[in-house]
Write a protein of this length. Sequence first.
Length: 494
Amino acid sequence: MSDTHPTPMRDSPASGAADTRFFGQPRALVHIFGVEMWERFSFYGMQGILLIYLYYTATEGGLGMDRTTAAGIVGAYGGAVYLSTILGAWIADRILGAERVLFVSAVVIMAGHIALAALPGFIGVGVGLVLVAVGSGGLKATATSVVGTLYSAEDPRRDAGFSLFYLGINLGAFFGPLLTGLLQSELGFHWGFGLAALGMAAGLVQYSIGRRHLPATASEIPNPLPRDRYPLIGGLAAGALVLIVVLVLTGVIRADNLALVVIYTVIAASIAYFAVILSSSRITADERSRVWGFVPLFLTSVAFWSLYQQQFTVLTVYSDTRLNRNLFGWEMPVSWVQSINPVFIIVLSGVFAWVWTRLGDRQPSTPVKFALAAIVMGCAFLLFLPFAGGAENSTPLLAVVGILLVFTVAELLLSPVGLSVTTKLAPDSFHTQMVALFFLSVSLGTAISGELAKLYDPSNETPYFSVLGLIAIGVGVVLLVCTKPVLKLMRGVR
């Protein structure tokens, strides 16, 4: 599970170019590596069993929720995680600094997993998912920036250091679903959630010990909020919280429409972000044109993530009901399917980096890569069709492994490329806001994936996979046809 993280917005002096105690990297990297690895372990470990916990019956250890509602909740939760990155980044830039937000976020995440493990029923789900979503958003918004403070812009170890950091992400994403799923299948859901909490606690302890080795720049507040503005911000935050509580209590926000609420919220935030940037007098004509050039990439990104993130909704249901999980007479836990993608990411990310480096100026432009990502993602959905209508648990495991390989190829065409091009297209005065826009596209696509999953019917899969697959291919083809005008708007950025 390759994860999308903000690129560091600032460079800083290295904490010591002679410090090579962690595989040739600064010693402090091991602590950020650790907290990120354990956070991803807990995040994907919990998410691997979350959906089936919501819809399994009480006799199976679950909550017995309607499956379509449960899928919508998982999609809304995923969208809220990426939406929370905006809040986390703002708090880091204006109030606390990246390092403090990272630490506090890790504590909040651990509390969320403890709530899921210890609190009964829907109370545990409500408290736990809110805390994990807010905490994960905060950690996601700051971890990469903290890594960036370990190196100067000229440090030749910088790329290798980030590669090690991303290895930690995918190691956590690989082992999380394996171990929590095994514990869930043998002892029960709350044991699985408890292991996620234990993993986050391990990362937090390691980071608490090592955070003193971080450079002072990791704690700097780039654009401090004036003290006289604190009461206003506090009042707005309290008002927003009260409004959410009122909407929940009055039934406006319900479990069955949660994904739609997140979708509308993200759409409104995205439109507001684009409007603020495009109407600003602080950007040049070229910068305004580049922002317009980002719009079709944003829309394609939304379409891509709305299919890709169904790994946690539709693919979980599919793994439970349609996949043959029998391994030599032993039934593999449902969540183990979530550990396939990280393996491909670890193997293929280096291959893609080598290919792009080898091609140099001959590599496809960013709009072409985005278009290919949507087309390949659509093809991945069409690959489910040969198995549609089969008996229960009849799809071979090897088939899903192959489909997830195609998922990974599509992801590597868009996810790392998306953050890179976002920073290139961003006006000087709106660098962080443009990165926020890319994350809003991930948030919107993830929430849509939850809403789409409500339409999935294991007994009649052909319309679902064929229609969504063809729509994604169509989106990709349209962007491919429009590559030249989009590049013209991008004003020299490829």
